[in-house]
Design a binder for this molecule. Structure first.
Ligand code: KG4
Ligand code: ZN
Length: 330
C-alpha cells in the first residue's frame, strides 16, 4: 500500500504544505510573507495572522498539485518546533483539526531534524554516517547524522544564527528583510576588500554577535569620514560580510569532519541557498576529498516537503503523537 502524508510547516514566516507519497514529494507549496520587509525582521504577530490567511489556500493547492484528495491521506504531519509560538500554533492546530476530522494519525516533526532530512527529498542522498552543517535564520548547528532519526548536535551557535548575521548586517545596510538573499546578489558584483574580524570560539561552536557588532562599528567609523560610504561601496561591503560569515562556517565544518573522520558532508537550512557558501563548501570538499551534498533551493529554505519526508521515516517506524502534544518555541 502507498503511504500518503499531508505535511504542514509554519514555524516562522513561511506557510507551507506538502504531500509526500512513500517518502517522495508530490507537491511542495510555500507562501512567503512580505509584511516583515519594512521592519527588518519577522514580526511574530504579523506572522501568525498571515499564516491564518494562507494555510487553507496553501493546503488546497498542495492537494491539487499532487492530484490527491483528503480521503487519500494516511497521516498528518506538522512542525512542533523550534519556532515562533504563534506561528507554530496555526500549523499545529490546522494539522490536529484535519487529523481529528478525517480520523488520521498525527506525526510531530522537529524543524531542525527536518532541515537535515531535506537531503532525502531528492538524489543524490548522503550515506550514513554524515555530517550536516545546518544554517538557518534561527539556528546554526553541526549535526552528526547516524541514521534518519539518530542525530547528535556536535556544535551550535552561542548567540546569533548565521542567517541572523546576514539579516542584521543587511538591516544596518538598509536592505530590508530577509537580507541574506539580497547580500548574496549584491556580493556577486563586489570584492571582499574590507576584512572583518573573525571570532576565536573553542570546539565546534559558533558565535556571530561580535561579528555583527564589529560591522556596526566599522560602518559608524567609515560613515563619519564619508556619509555616502554605504551607497558608494555596497557591493564590496556585502561581499566582505558574506566572506566573513562563510569563513566562520567553513572553518568549523572542516574541523568537525577531520575530528570525526567523516567524508560525507552536507549543507542544509536557508543560508545554504547562499551562492558564496555553496561554492566555498564545494571547493573545501574537493580539497578534503569529501562527498558533498547541497539540497535544491526549494529544500534549503523553510518548506513542508522536508517535514513530510521526516514524517515518512517516523511513520514507517510507527512513531506517532497525540492531540494534546505541546509545542516548543525557539
Ligand atoms: O531555514 P530558513 O528558511 O528559516 C529558518 O528556519 O530560520 O532560513 C531563513 C534564513 C534567513 O536568515 C535568510 O536571510 C537566509 O536564510 N537566507 C540566505 C539566503 N537565502 C536565505 N542567506 C544568505 N544567502 C542566501 N541566498
Ligand atoms: Zn528553517
Amino acid at each position: 500500500m502507498q503511504i500518503n502524508i499531508l505535511a504542514i510547516e509554519s514555524s516562522c514566516d513561511d506557510t507551507a504544505a506538502a504531500i509526500i507519497q512513500d517518502g517522495v514529494v508530490l507537491s511542495n507549496i510555500t507562501a512567503g510573507q512580505e509584511a516583515h520587509d519594512q521592519y527588518g525582521g519577522v514580526v511574530p504577530e504579523l506572522a501568525s495572522r498571515a499564516h491564518q490567511a494562507h494555510i487553507i489556500p496553501v493546503v488546497d493547492l498542495a492537494f491539487k498539485k499532487a492530484g490527491l484528495s483528503p480521503a487519500d491521506i494516511h497521516a498528518v504531519a506538522f512542525t512542533r518546533g523550534p519556532g515562533l509560538i504563534g506561528s507554530l500554533l496555526v500549523g499545529a492546530s490546522f494539522a490536529k483539526g484535519f487529523a481529528l476530522s478525517h480520523n488520521l494519525p498525527l506525526i510531530e516533526v522537529d524543524h531542525m531534524q527536518a532541515h537535515v532530512l531535506a537531503h532525502f527529498a531528492e538524489d543524490p542522498k548522503p550515506k550514513f554516517p554524515f555530517l550536516c552543517l545546518t544554517v538557518s535564520g534561527g539556528h546554526t548547528q553541526i549535526v552528526l547524522v547516524r541514521d534518519y532519526l539518530d542525530m547528535e548536535v556536535l556544535g551550535t551557535t552561542l548567540d546569533d544564527a548565521a542567517g541572523e548575521a546576514f539579516d542584521k548586517s543587511g538591516k544596518l545596510l538598509g536592505l530590508g528583510y530577509p537580507a541574506g538573499p539580497r547580500i548574496d546578489r549584491l556580493a556577486t558584483n563586489g570584492s571582499p576588500r574590507f576584512p572583518m574580524p573573525l571570532p576565536e570560539i573553542p570546539g565546534l561552536d559558533f558565535s556571530f554577535s561580535g561579528f555583527k557588532t564589529s560591522i556596526l562599528y566599522f560602518l559608524k567609523r567609515e560613515l563619519q569620514a564619508n556619509p555616502n560610504f554605504i551607497e558608494e561601496n555596497l557591493s564590496d561591503i556585502c561581499a566582505s560580510v558574506q566572506h566573513g560569515i562563510i569563513q566562520i562556517l567553513i572553518k568549523k565544518i572542516k574541523k568537525a569532519a577531520r575530528q570525526h573522520h567523516i567524508q560525507e558532508v552536507a549543507l542544509a537550512g536557508g543560508v545554504s541557498a547562499n551562492s558564496g557558501l555553496r561554492a566555498a563548501f564545494e571547493s573545501l570538499g574537493a580539497q578534503e576529498g569529501w562527498n558533498t551534498y547541497v539540497p535544491a533551493f526549494q529544500y534549503c529554505t523553510d518548506n513542508a516537503g522536508m517535514i513530510g519526508v521526516t514524517a515518512y521515516y517516523k511513520y514507517i517506524k510507527g512513531i506517532f503523537t497525540t492531540q494534546d502534544v505541546g509545542l516548543y518555541a525557539r
